[in-house]
Design a protein. Sequence first.
Length: 270
Amino acid sequence: MKTFNLFIICFLSAFLSFANVSNTEKEALVSLYNSTQGDQWNNTWDLNASVDAWYGVVVKDNKVVELNLQFNNLQGNLPEVVGNLIHLQRMNLGFNKIDGKLPSSIGNLSNLVSLELFMNKFEGNIPSEIGNLKNLESLKLYSNTFTGEIPKTIGNLSNLKHLELGSNFLTGKIPTQVQMLTQLETLSLIDNKLEGEIPSELGQLVLLEELILSSNSLTGNIPQELYQLANLNTLMLSDNNLSEEPISIINNPSGLQMQLHGPSIIVTRN
C-alpha cells in the first residue's frame, strides 16, 4: 500500500510539473525548438523537464511571459504558432541564424513590451500586423534582410520608445505615420534603401534623442522642424542625397548645428 501511495505521489508531482503552462503554449515552444534545430542550440531544452526549467523561458502565474534565446544558435524558421504565446511580454531572439519570413501571427502577441529579433536572417516584408502590438516599447529588427516598405501600421505603436530597423533592404519613403510615436526616443533606419524626403512630421517627436538615417537614398532639404527637438543629441544623415544648401539655425533653442562636408553631415550640440 505504501508503495502504491508513493507511486501516486510521484505521478501527481510529475503531472503538476507539466501543468504550469497550457498545452497550447508548450506546443508553441516545442514547435519553435523543432523548427530552429533545438538539439543544436548552445543551451538546449530537456523536453521532458518542466517548461519553467527550460533555458531562456520565464513563467509567471502559469503563463510564459518571457523568451530570451539570444546568442543560442537558433537556425531555421520562426513557426506561425509562435503567435500562440499570447502572454509573452518580452521576446529576444537576437544574434542567431533565423531565416524566412516573420510570421503575421506575431501580431497576436498584444502583451509584448519588447520584441528584439536583430542580427538574424529574416526576409520578406515586416508584417503589417506588427501594428497590433500597442503595448510595445522596444522594436529592434536591425541587421536582417527585410524588404519592402515600412508598414504604415507602425504608427499604431503609441507606446514605442525605441524603433531600430537599420541594416535591412527596406524601400519606399519614411511613413509620415511615424509622427504618431510621441514617446519615441530612438529612431534608427540606417543602411536601407529608403528614398524621398525626410518627413517634417518627425519634428513632432519631442522626446526624440537619436535620429539615425544615414546610408539611404533620401533627398531634399533637412526639415527645419528637426532643429526644434530640444532632446535630440544624435543626428546622423550622412551618405544620402540631401541638399547641401545653407540651412538656417535661427530660433534654434536646442543649440543643434549642422555642417555639411561632401556626403557627410556632422552634427554637434552647443
